[in-house]
Ligand binder design. Structure first.
Ligand code: ATP
Ligand code: MG
Ligand code: MG
Ligand code: MG
Length: 562
């Protein structure tokens, strides 16, 4: 493609409001344009990368016996009422009415739709196992859309659903998907790690998240330096033999509030309505530990535990500053008031109070599993501690280490939760009716775009890994007014296209500096420049991820590129 046709408005300066490299680079390189908060247009370069990502995803899904379908984004509310999630999902679920006042939702995920799709069709063990997948636009009204397409409100997801006759079958499907995910992320050039995750409110047992390692990640991975243990900090296990470091021990003693045992005690202690406490955050105020409760209904659940982990390092701050740090609206402060002096030195108590109540996934807020008589004292004791790098590891091997990660994929054993609720049954070998045993598997396709850039860039721009690149080659005719350069550029453009390369050809009448800046910013894997030595048939070849420039004769170019 000739670059004068490329619709890619580039920016010279770092755009305001873009806080992380991938967001900045996507705006600077003209990959995306914002339409509303968390809602973007994907411009030609980005669309090409999405296509490339989707190609890898499709190849691996098909290899794993997946069949591609396309399900509707607009879904009748009845389905969500049947599963119970119409109420439980919270304000992230976009609800709307048609002209007949019928309720609909815009799908944030498709368990309900896919279960109703296969219901009555996958009705015999002979039709199992089955695996359906789609690549489709999802809607989640995220409270804080941010970081560009990393956390947006309209985004593309590959979601797959497996159907088996029993647990053993589900395990096989799950393992097959797990391997497919490893292949996908490896082929896309990502440094990633699969971690144990919280099954939260979706229900089910086993679940793993695939984390792209990156400092801008919103999740914290707790892993052992001496074993394969790796888990989202949200569920990082505390071994029974865990001995709190001395300083923490002292803190724990001070923290234990006499008489506070049940969630009701906690509510009374803080004079807070019970239902609001379910989403509470307990702050420990330095040496004079005070449990402060942050009221916030659904809102507070948006505060990631991993963010709270960071707050360990916040020493002195007003409540206002602390909440700002956590991204919590001051309006949601309970017994701690704006302006109060608060030092946050411990975290993680959140989980003790919300565990089993909200789950770790803010999208899956629900209350149905609350046991009001649950004894929280042990949790409060157990969880209020500083897990620090170097603490004993939970599986008895090595010590805790931490890393930040971007969740790009999530695999989940659902079991029979949705098939039971929606009545999706099959007849087994004995003619007995059984609910389908399901798994679900998601990949954030548009989030991957940003995650790839996070791991592959320098100060000049993006450095696309081969499999994700929008074009294979950037051919630059430095001065198209020079006849030799112009002719060589045109000859090579044809030659490279015929050899099967996807080529972006810049023969615009721009200054060389502008062209090279754009070229570095776009980050195609290899640049071929036709410059001064064009009359000898010699071009300069520069891989984007190397500093070396190779002078190559046009006759040797194809062999060199192989
Ligand atoms: P997160 O914890 O980041 O909110 P999630 O756990 O809610 O993600 P899942 O329900 O597991 O997300 O969805 C599957 C995948 O979809 C995620 O692993 C992620 O890659 C992607 N995804 C989820 N929410 C968003 C979003 N708001 N914007 C872009 N991608 C998203
Ligand atoms: Mg998550
Ligand atoms: Mg979410
Ligand atoms: Mg998830």
């Amino acid at each position: 493609m000739k670059q004068q046709w490329l619709f890619s408005p580039t920016l010279r300066d770092v755009p305001a409001g873009a806080d992380i490299p991938s967001h900045q680079l996507m705006l600077r390189a003209g990959l995306i344009k914002q339409n509303a908060a968390g809602i973007y247009s994907y411009l030609p370069l980005a669309k090409r990368v999405l296509n490339a990502i989707e190609t890898v995803v499709r190849e691996e899904m098909n290899q794993a016996n997946g069949q591609e379908v396309l399900m509707p984004a607009a879904q009748p509310a009845e389905l969500w009422q049947e599963s119970g999630r119409y109420e439980d999902y919270g304000p992230e679920l976009i609800r709307l009415k048609d002209r007949h006042e019928r309720d609909f939702v815009l799908g944030p995920t498709h368990e309900e739709v896919v279960t109703s799709l296969v219901k009555d069709e996958l009705n015999s063990y002979k039709k199992l196992p089955a695996l359906l997948y789609q690549i489709q636009t999802k809607y989640r009204d995220e409270r804080r859309p941010r970081f560009g397409v990393m956390r947006s409100r309209e985004f593309s997801m590959k979601d797959a659903y497996s159907f088996d006759k029993d647990e053993a079958g589900l395990n096989e499907s799950y393992n097959r998907m797990y391997e497919a995910y490893e292949n996908i992320f490896r082929r896309l050039g990502l440094d990633f790690r699969a971690v144990e995750a919280d099954s939260g409110a979706i229900g089910g047992t086993d679940t793993h998240e695939f984390m792209v390692l990156s400092d801008v990640g919103e999740d914290t991975i707790a892993y052992s330096n001496a074993s394969n243990y790796a888990a989202n900090l949200e569920i990082a296990a505390i071994p029974d033999h865990y001995e709190a470091p001395k300083a923490t021990e002292a803190l724990l003693k001070k923290t234990a509030t006499p008489g506070v045992k049940t969630i009701e005690d906690v509510a009374e202690h803080f004079q807070a309505p019970l239902e609001k406490l379910f989403k509470s955050v307990l702050f420990i105020i330095d040496e004079t530990p005070v449990l402060a409760v942050c009221l916030g209904g659904h809102e507070i659940n948006d505060v990631k535990l991993s963010n709270l982990y960071n707050t360990v390092h916040v020493r002195t701050a007003t409540a206002e500053e602390t909440l700002k740090h956590l991204g919590v609206e001051p309006g949601f402060i309970g017994p701690v008031h704006v302006g109060d002096h608060v030092e946050v030195i411990a975290d993680y108590a959140v989980r003790s109070v919300t565990d089993g109540i909200t789950g770790a996934n803010e999208a899956d807020t629900h209350y149905e599993h609350v046991d009001p008589h649950r004894d929280f004292s042990s949790f409060i004791y157990r969880d209020i501690r500083l897990v620090q790098a170097g603490d004993p590891a939970p599986d008895g091997q090595g010590t805790y280490q931490f890393a930040k990660g971007i969740e790009v994929g999530h695999v989940f054993k659902l079991g029979t939760k949705y098939s039971e609720k929606l009545g999706a049954n099959f007849l087994d070998e004995n003619g007995k009716s059984q609910p389908l045993v399901m798994g679900c598997y998601g990949i954030g396709v548009t989030r991957l775009l940003a995650a790839i850039i996070e791991q592959h860039h320098d100060e000049n721009g993006i450095i696309w890994p081969k499999k994700a690149a929008p074009f294979d080659l950037h051919l630059v005719t430095i001065n198209p007014k020079n006849e030799a350069q112009y002719d060589l550029g045109e000859t090579l453009y044809k030659l490279l296209l015929e050899a099967g390369y996807d080529v972006l050809h810049d023969n615009r009448k721009e200054r060389p500096g502008v062209k090279f800046n754009d070229s570095d910013l776009y980050g195609l894997p290899v640049r071929i420049s036709c410059g001064k030595r064009s009359d000898e048939g010699i071009v300069e070849v520069k891989p984007r991820n190397e500093d070396t420039v190779h002078e190559i004769h046009q006759n040797e170019l194809l062999a060199f590129l192989e």
